[in-house]
Design a protein around this ligand. Structure first.
Ligand code: NI
Length: 172
């Protein structure tokens, strides 16, 4: 089921999300819905608060090349356990801030630990777009958006555009 994606500014996108203590069928269904919602958008990552659920759950798939095999990842309670000193700059976007982009600097390589859909612990080193994406999605679980990493003036400009867009959408 495709779920509606919340748009910035929204108080639910500013909240710190709660740990997932035990996997339930309800949470697995949520994760599957989030992947479907992400592919439909389309996007490369989605965090539970973006569909209004304040739990520590993210999904991602950074395989973008046509013909390459998809690699959907479902991560419960994801954690960055190590980051490289080396940094990387990516032009980031967000499904909660459609069509607006900004350069964000983050560690280039991160070690991530999470619980998968079967409740097994996973641990992986991520680089490139995967590293950027997983950090962006984990930020969402802390109530943080990519625009919180950029200069205040640019952030305010993006927020103003989003307020205007939401007003237009509400008018229909
Ligand atoms: Ni995002």
């Amino acid at each position: 089921m495709i779920r509606p994606i919340l748009l910035h500014p929204d108080p639910r996108l500013k909240k710190i999300c709660a740990d997932v203590p035990d996997l339930t069928d309800e949470l697995r269904t949520l994760a599957d819905d989030m992947l479907q919602t992400m592919y439909d958008a389309p996007g490369v990552g989605l965090a539970a608060p973006q569909v209004g659920i304040l739990h520590r759950l993210i999904v991602l798939d950074c395989v973008k090349e046509e013909g390459e095999t998809a690699r959907p990842l479902i991560m419960f309670n994801p954690e960055i356990i190590a980051s490289s000193d080396e940094k990387n700059v990516y032009e980031e976007g967000c499904l909660s801030i459609p069509d607006l982009f900004a350069d964000v600097t983050r560690p280039k390589i991160v070690q991530v630990r999470w619980m998968d859909r079967d409740g097994n612990e996973q641990n992986e080193e991520m680089d490139g777009l995967w590293a950027t994406c997983v950090q962006h999605e984990i930020d969402h679980l802390e109530g943080k958006l990519f625009i919180d990493h950029i200069k205040p003036l640019r952030r305010q400009m993006i927020t103003r555009k989003m307020v205007k867009l939401k007003r237009e959408l509400a008018r229909g």
